[in-house]
Design a protein around this ligand. Structure first.
Ligand code: AKB
Length: 320
């Protein structure tokens, strides 16, 4: 059987940075093309400088590398999008439609597009938000995610495109920093703790949000993409859950390693975004359809984050 060749758009981003080596392990280093609008500081394997808002450039790369699967991870996240709603909408939608059109016309076998808990809004149940809850987002990022989910279903029904998608919770990783999200505090807090710095949180201490360790998010993505076609019954986007916690609970978990860690709270405009999102997610449909099960809870994720970041910040004294 011919091996798949993957195009990973947004390879320098938070998910892309962590996903790239996994894809390279799975498909072989010469079968994964990383693509971004900036060159990475360190590149392993194939890299293309691509602006995915330019359809012809995208198509040229797909043709030249004989790409058969696309992971489209380029997007402006929730908080940054609020500073420039029209710019964020244009970028998020133009890149998505370019990917779908190139996938349709170049007979791409599978496409992955991420959605988010941001697709939900004020009127969805906040606790154990169900798969089919109302999608009435209050951010431009959320609106673009709901539109993307509907476009995914449209391309699937009309053209038979094998589009797969997950509604990611806030993602926590040590490999790179997120940029412009409302859940970013849950990554920054670890960098502060490990460097012995106090942390000022931009959300209130009792803000409960769905979160997930990057390892779980990567495994979910790859398991979804490898699942047989007939198991994928949701062609908009699957709910996905890992854990839920507040900034105060996260700070307590970190204090088991750094008892003197100081956290203050100065909620800003991101509080309103967080308040419009679910507190926890019901992912029973993903569990049933393709066997999803998370592996990381708050204590395990905290241990992993502190262990990896200690290696990065204090390579000579690391021991956990
Ligand atoms: C954000 O905070 O914007 C993202 C997300 C939940 O999609 N991390």
């Amino acid at each position: 059987m011919k091996r798949d060749t993957i195009l990973l758009i947004g390879s320098n981003g938070q998910i892309g940075t962590a996903l790239l080596p996994r894809l390279q392990d799975l498909f072989g280093i010469d079968h994964v093309v990383a693509a971004d609008i900036r060159r990475p500081e360190r590149a392993t394997g194939l890299f293309e400088l691509v602006d995915a808002t330019r359809a012809l450039d995208l198509a040229e790369v797909v043709h030249r590398h004989r790409v058969t699967q696309i992971y489209h991870l380029a997007a402006v996240l929730s908080a940054r999008a609020e500073a420039d709603p029209i710019g964020a909408w244009n970028l998020n939608m133009q890149t998505l439609l370019n990917v779908f059109e190139v996938a349709r016309t170049c007979r791409i076998r599978k496409v992955f597009v991420p959605s988010s808990i941001a697709a939900f809004g004020e009127d969805a149940p906040k606790d154990e938000t169900p798969q089919t809850a109302l999608l009435d987002p209050s951010t431009v990022y959320g609106i673009s995610k709901v539109a993307a989910e509907n476009w995914s279903l449209y391309y699937h029904k009309r053209y038979g495109l094998d589009v797969r998608s997950l509604r990611y919770p806030g993602l926590i990783s040590y490999q790179s920093m997120p940029g412009g999200g409302t859940t970013d505090y849950a990554v920054s807090i670890f960098h502060h703790a490990v460097q012995d710095l106090p942390f000022d949180c931009f959300l209130r201490e009792d803000t409960l949000l769905p979160m997930m360790y990057m390892d779980d998010a990567l495994r979910a993505t790859l398991e979804l993409m490898e699942a047989p076609w007939k198991r994928i019954r949701v062609r908009t986007s699957y709910n996905l859950a890992g854990m839920s916690f507040t900034p105060a609970r996260l700070a307590d978990a970190i204090r088991l390693y750094y008892p003197d860690f100081k956290v203050t709270y100065s909620p800003d405009f991101r509080q309103q975004i967080a308040d419009s999102w679910p507190r926890s997610i019901d992912d029973s449909v993903a569990r049933k359809d393709w066997g999803w099960k998370p592996a990381f809870d708050l204590p395990r994720m905290t241990h992993e984050m502190i262990s990896h970041l200690s290696e990065i910040y204090h390579p000579t004294v690391h021991s956990l």
